[in-house]
Design a protein around this ligand. Structure first.
Ligand SMILES: Cc1cc2nc3c(=O)[nH]c(=O)nc-3n(C[C@H](O)[C@H](O)[C@H](O)COP(=O)(O)OP(=O)(O)OC[C@H]3O[C@@H](n4cnc5c(N)ncnc54)[C@H](O)[C@@H]3O)c2cc1C
Length: 466
């Protein structure tokens, strides 16, 4: 029987353990934190996540999709909140049945671990932080002092992966870069209404786009919303090693012309003034705003690209440890789940033979790298789209046109739909087709005042001819 050590019992590691156990592989999972089923999860780190078709497809293969969706809140579109408090819903798709789902990170993680433990061959070891990995011998060492070897090690220990750090240190010429945005994020809270209902439209992802920064809110099953403020961290006079764009490197300017950055929101007065000015319709819904602001940490946002992902057949990086992305397409977890599905497909191809991990890992990397690079690029681009362009009239006309095309032509998929609702389409194809389509539709929409002026058949003919 094959034996695999997984490092990290987060979303990817827990799902992977189920996939491997179903294939008769013995799995030991080593997790740095305590058992989250017994301990309170730290606040302020993406409490909920958008689960979409690629992630659902991976859950379906292990019979977990319906269970998870029963606990999810469907989100049918982006609800845009203007500075004056007006709202407008931009649907994610013109087709019935295409929406994304807000799920609890902890709830999903716990459900995956519980499912994995139903298989006799899976053992979780908590409070085991991997502190070193010997790339030559394939041995992982933990801060508890134990050392572990197995037929292979799969590192699902997230963006700060200890195994990847070991590869960077030990493999000559190892290629690894993390590019951080100037923006950080902070999670805030809208509690349920007194009667337990939702204080905002429940079936939407809410966005307060303010050009240089934005706030979003995703619904939780209990009637609350988790808000995330994305704002320049400030204190960055040179902007070195940062994604450069039109943003000020020392702060962010909103439509009100005021400059803001996390490092200027230093006391309750500055926080209140900022929120009253920029998000006046949200403030009355956030009774613990100031406490949450100072209690919750400010997180960093970065894109990690590294290569190779494997050390022969000894170790593989999977999920965020190999390709962390910024969260603006809601795809990091979905992509990590797709990784698991692809890897399992390659294991299945060797059915009945002694598993050749090196070959599996090599083919896996060839299949996945191009696609993880594509979603990384699209996620960065979507940051600017959500922050700046959703408020732009030409962009809004383009979204309206895309919705109408999707309502009238079953074969038309917007880039967002290709990424989010087409698990059959690799990210790289979605990126290439989607970018070409976007450029064409933006050009068409810039030439009209209203989408009604356009002949949909003519537009579709141009899309096909492109
Ligand atoms: C603000 C924010 C919002 C997001 N929203 C979405 C979204 O809407 N949709 C979406 O699809 N994705 C989203 N993501 C991305 C998503 O969170 C990640 O892509 C996903 O969690 C990756 O799963 P993972 O298992 O690879 O890594 P992680 O979830 O980071 O899990 C890593 C695990 O390894 C453990 N670990 C770490 N170091 C060690 C070590 N040395 N030894 C042992 N264990 C270790 C950690 O404790 C953790 O349990 C978001 C991310 C952020 C930051």
């Amino acid at each position: 029987m094959s034996k695999v050590a997984i490092i990290g019992a987060g979303l990817a590691g827990s799902l992977l353990s189920i996939y491997l156990a179903k294939r008769g592989i013995k799995v030991d999972v080593y997790e740095a934190r305590g058992d989250m089923r017994l301990e309170k999860v730290a606040a302020g780190r993406s409490i909920n996540l958008a689960l979409s078709d690629r992630g659902i497809a991976a859950l379906r293969e292990v019979g977990m999709d319906e269970y998870m969706l029963a606990e999810a809140v469907p989100m049918y579109g982006r609800m845009i909140h203007s500075p004056a408090g007006e709202t407008k819903l931009l649907p994610y798709s013109g087709r019935q049945g295409e929406f994304i789902n807000s799920v609890s990170r902890a709830g999903l993680n716990i459900a995956l671990m519980n499912e994995a433990e139903k298989y006799g061959g899976v053992n979780f070891h908590f409070s085991q932080r991997c502190s070193a990995f010997d790339c030559e011998r394939g041995i992982a060492t933990f801060s508890s002092g134990i050392s572990v070897s197995a037929d292979t090690v799969i590192a699902t220990d997230g963006a700060g992966s200890a195994v990847r750090l070991a590869m960077e240190a030990q493999v000559a010429g190892y290629n690894s870069t993390t590019v951080f945005l100037d923006h950080g994020y902070k999670e805030l809270h809208i509690p349920p209404a007194a009667d337990g209902g939702f204080r905002l439209e429940r079936n939407a992802l809410h966005i307060w786009p303010r050009h240089q920064f934005m706030m979003i809110a995703l619904p939780n099953f209990d009637g609350s919303f988790t808000c995330t403020l994305f704002l320049d961290k400030g204190g960055n006079p040179n902007g070195s090693e940062s994604v450069q764009d039109e943003m000020s490197t020392t702060g962010s300017t909103s439509p009100t012309g005021r400059v803001s950055a996390f490092d200027r929101l230093i006391d309750s007065q500055s926080v209140k003034e900022f929120f009253d000015r920029e998000f006046p319709d949200a403030v009355p819904l956030m009774p613990t705003l100031v406490e949450d602001f100072f209690e919750n940490p400010t997180g960093n946002l970065g894109t990690l690209k590294c290569w190779p992902w494997n050390i022969g057949g000894k170790a593989l990086l999977l999920g965020d440890s190999a390709h962390a992305v910024v969260p603006f397409y809601g795809q990091g977890m979905n992509c990590a789940f797709e990784d698991v599905r692809v890897l399992a497909g390659l294991i299945d191809e060797q059915h009945g033979k002694t598993l050749d991990w090196e070959q599996i890992f090599r083919t896996y990397g060839e299949l996945r790298k191009i696609n993880s690079d594509a979603i990384a690029d699209m996620a960065e681009e979507n940051f600017y789209e959500m922050r700046d362009r959703v408020a732009d009239p030409v962009f809004q006309r383009k979204r309206e046109l895309e919705t109408r095309l999707e309502q009238n032509f079953p074969d038309y998929f917007s880039k967002y739909s290709m990424v989010t609702f087409r698990e059959d389409l690799p990210y790289s194809v979605a990126k290439e087709k989607g970018n070409a389509q976007d450029a064409l539709l933006m050009r068409i929409c810039a030439g009209v005042q209203r989408v009604d002026e356009l002949d949909l058949h003519e537009v579709m003919a141009e899309v096909i001819a492109k």
